[in-house]
Each structure stands twice: as C-alpha cells, then as structure tokens.
Design a protein around this ligand. Structure first.
Ligand code: AMP
Length: 122
C-alpha cells in the first residue's frame, strides 16, 4: 500500500507549533499529548514526529531510532500516568475501516476506568 502524507492534517499542525497541545511527553522523535475529546478519564495520543500516516507506514519506513523512541515513549506515558496497576488499552486506527480521522499515525492510550468490550457494534 502506498502512503501519501497530507502535511495539512491537524497533528502536522501541532508538530509545527501552529496549534497548541497539552503535552504529556516529548522526546527526540515522539510527542504525546492529551486528546481534545477524551473517551476515558485518561486519553493520551502518542505520535511520531516524522510524516507517517499509519502504523504500517511507520513500520516500513521509519528508522530504527524512530521506532525505538516511539515504542519506549508509549510505555513511558503508561508509567508516567501511573497505569501499571489498573491497566490501559492501546488503539491505533488506520484507514476507512479503522475509522481513522487524522491521517498521521497515533496510538490512543486509554485508561482510568474499566473500558468494556473491545469493539462496539458498527
Ligand atoms: P482517530 O479517529 O483515531 O484518527 O482519532 C483522532 C483523535 O484526535 C480523536 O480522538 C480526536 O479527539 C483527536 N484530536 C483531534 N484534534 C485534536 C487536537 N487538536 N488536539 C488533541 N486531540 C485531537
């Protein structure tokens, strides 16, 4: 699958500093910030700083350094937010069937209550 990156997407604007965000963690290759419409008491988005549309694009084209930084940052967010004891859920939507709204890779970190079944009926 070819991936073409739209640099006008909202997360690209956040990365450029054009619009504000509520940062939780910033590393060399990764930014984590609070979702503007939280779906759980804790809802953080973790994004790579590079121009990757989805997880598959990132896995294919990102450098090892970016991938290591990103994966470690997701874990760090869980630790920083004190989620080890009660747990959390990671979601990364891609494409139309994944109902991805913002075409820049993001992992949702959701926690703070029992999250119920993994999927709701479509
Ligand atoms: P998705 O449907 O997986 O693409 O999720 C996109 C997420 O981005 C949604 O949960 C939105 O609430 C969130 N979102 C959109 N704009 C912003 C923003 N400016 N700051 C923080 N989160 C945002």
């Amino acid at each position: 699958m070819a991936h073409s990156y739209d640099d006008q997407n909202i997360f690209a604007k956040i990365l450029r500093g054009d619009i504000p965000n509520d940062t939780v963690l910033e590393t060399e290759h990764t930014l984590a910030f609070r979702d503007i419409q939280p779906q759980a008491p804790l809802h953080v988005l973790v994004i790579p700083k590079g121009p990757y549309v989805c997880f598959d694009h990132f896995a294919q084209e990102a450098s090892d350094a970016e991938i290591v930084d990103y994966v470690r940052a997701v874990g760090e967010v869980c630790r920083m937010e004190g989620l080890e004891e009660d747990g959390w859920r990671l979601i990364s939507n891609a494409g139309a069937h994944g109902v991805q709204e913002v075409p820049h890779l993001h992992v949702h970190v959701l926690a703070g209550r029992r999250l119920g079944r993994m999927l709701q009926p479509a």
